[in-house]
Design a binder for this molecule. Structure first.
Ligand SMILES: NC(=O)c1ccc[n+]([C@@H]2O[C@H](COP(=O)([O-])OP(=O)(O)OC[C@H]3O[C@@H](n4cnc5c(N)ncnc54)[C@H](OP(=O)(O)O)[C@@H]3O)[C@@H](O)[C@H]2O)c1
Length: 174
């Protein structure tokens, strides 16, 4: 069976996922964090970019992780559950299929979400909208060119009294 690639992200009202690449995700609500941990528990592996990984080494240490980096040529198995790969040198989709991972949690950040979107490795998005504005910062997706991928809303849930929303989108198959 084809693995499911599920992106999980929290954004501000102005669509930012962080103020800068070193910014920790400590600005999201408790309800969003609870949801994130539950989702990660349901997935077989976490796919994450090197910048995001560095902001969350400790919480991710107990999970199977594939970290994207451009700094290596061959896959680098750092520990039993931590693998670094360069997607330009290793076919990521094939590697995940070979490892028989069924559910892949795409944890970001921008470069990783964008890579997955552009390479047909994104089936679903869980997007938490936190009711705050950064004004400036890192976007959810950032492409070198104009792109258009369609999604369909599967569900919407209000997570708390401040109005944090959890949106679940699936790739539009029209
Ligand atoms: N709000 C949220 O839900 C959320 C989620 C995730 C992250 N974030 C935030 O986002 C920020 C980091 O974002 P970011 O845009 O810097 O992205 P990132 O994807 O976490 O890290 C980028 C790095 O990952 C590697 N990488 C990613 N895609 C690659 C590719 N296709 N090929 C080769 N290497 C690749 C490169 O590492 P090398 O430099 O080693 O080559 C690149 O410099 C952090 O502040 C984090 O807290 C927020």
């Amino acid at each position: 069976m084809k693995p499911k690639y599920i992106a999980i992200a929290a954004v501000t009202l102005d669509g930012k996922i962080a103020k800068s690449k070193n910014h920790m995700s400590d600005w999201t609500s408790k309800e969003d964090k609870d949801f994130l941990h539950k989702m990660l528990d349901k997935c077989d592996v976490v796919l994450v970019g090197n910048n995001t990984y560095k902001t969350a080494v400790e919480p991710l240490s107990k999970r199977n992780c594939i970290v994207l980096t451009g700094k290596i040529k061959k896959p680098l198995q750092k520990s039993k559950n931590l693998l670094y790969i360069n997607p330009k040198a290793t076919n990521l989709g094939r590697l995940i299929a070979k490892k028989k991972y069924r559910r892949v949690a795409i944890l970001g950040g921008t470069q990783t979400y964008s890579y997955c979107l552009e390479n047909n490795l994104l089936d679903e998005i869980y997007l938490t909208i936190e009711p705050l504005v950064f004004g400036k910062g890192i976007n959810l997706f950032e492409s070198q060119k104009f792109i258009e991928y369609k999604f369909k809303l599967a569900s919407i849930k209000k997570l708390n009294s401040n109005g944090t929303l959890l949106l679940h989108y699936k790739k539009f198959k029209g």
